[in-house]
Design a protein around this ligand. Sequence first.
Ligand SMILES: CSC[C@H]1O[C@@H](n2cnc3c(O)ncnc32)[C@H](O)[C@@H]1O
Ligand SMILES: [Zn+2]
Length: 433
Amino acid sequence: MGILLKNIQMLLYTEKGPVVKRDNIYIEDRIIKAIGERPDTFSEDKVIDGTDRFAIPGMINAHTHSYMAFLRNVADDLSFMDWLFGTIDPLEQKMSSEDAYWGANLAILEMMKSGTTCFNDMQMNIHQTTRAVKESGMRAVICRGLVGSGNDEAGRIRLNEAYEEREAFKDCDRLNFFLGPHAPYTCDEEYLKIVASEAKKEKMGIHIHLAESLSEMEGCAEKYHCTPIELAERCGLFDVPAIAAHCVNVNDGDLDILKEKNVSVVTNPASNMKLGNGFAPVAKMLEKGINVCLGTDGAASNNSLNMFHEMNLLSLIHKGVAKVPQCISAKEAIQIATINGAKALGLEQQIGSIEVGKKADLAIINLRTPSFMPKNNLIAGLAYSANGSEVETVIIDGTITMENRNVLTMDEERIYFEMDQILKKMGLENKVY
Ligand SMILES: CSC[C@H]1O[C@@H](n2cnc3c(O)ncnc32)[C@H](O)[C@@H]1O
Ligand SMILES: [Zn+2]
């Protein structure tokens, strides 16, 4: 039994780029079984009428820290180092596993309601984000955040936790696992080398923050006499599938390394600008053929997890800076937010586009909304007009997780209740503005 999306407009990726086509989509056994002609054996138990609806591949948020959703709006208008080490880190020290679990739930709720069906997460408390993903029907790549120096015990313990978590959740194929060395200023060279060799041995990818702030650049130059990208390369981090978040401060040599080593870059426009770090040279990266994908970063720096907002910023910033309106077109932005993320996560054969044989991870947009009226250019609507609230139905792994904006797989009210409790417990509720 399956789901029929009847006579619906859909976003397809062709050799000539994204196009909009109207047809039927048949979903069965978690997979897109056919587009167009009805398979002989297909029988639906659910029909979604495609009138005034637009099916797109679910967004892939390629860099976030979902647990941090409970820290939304608590540390704003601060410099990067004051934000991270002066404010966020002390709050994270007070955080319990349950806080992390409810934070991840809030993040998943927000992402699902704005059309994200998969995220790449760097987290601190094992078994919490994973648990929330498994229960909610979301898809994610989970990366144990690793900090350490040399061969210290703490660093080793964190690596072991990464393996323990992968083992504990091996039955959930919506979950995949990478290693997440945090950054060159929290992991020293020896530790980065250990993480790289572990990733190789365990056949896992790497997800790391790189070249985000000027203070990171200065620290790296002083300690290692090189750039963070050069350091990562010489430690072997790029000898496995690698995802580098940020890459704001990169020179031409760094870009050559990223290209040659097939590293995927995640640009995080809102977080980078809000923390006063700038933004990555995305147009130059794309010109070079680097796989650029899109992330929100955590809700403590963004302060939202909405990929529509992020796509909009991505496109507008680069047009504005280059003074070239063709820069990061709507078509490029939507591919960066979907299929490029799938490539980065090694899931390109499974998700990231609406294609027969791929997993059914879709967002269905209601076009009877102000943002999509008049209905003359749906792709421009996605990048320039939508705010995410137009997403009406979400299907992940062939299961309807949200219908008519009701999330069926999560208890929304319970999540809000838990947020109120955490706020009280953390002593953040009486902040006066
Ligand atoms: C070790 S797990 C995650 C760790 O990363 C911190 N974090 C969140 N966002 C950023 C960012 O943009 N740059 C650097 N570090 C970040 C988070 O607070 C956790 O401590
Ligand atoms: Zn981050």
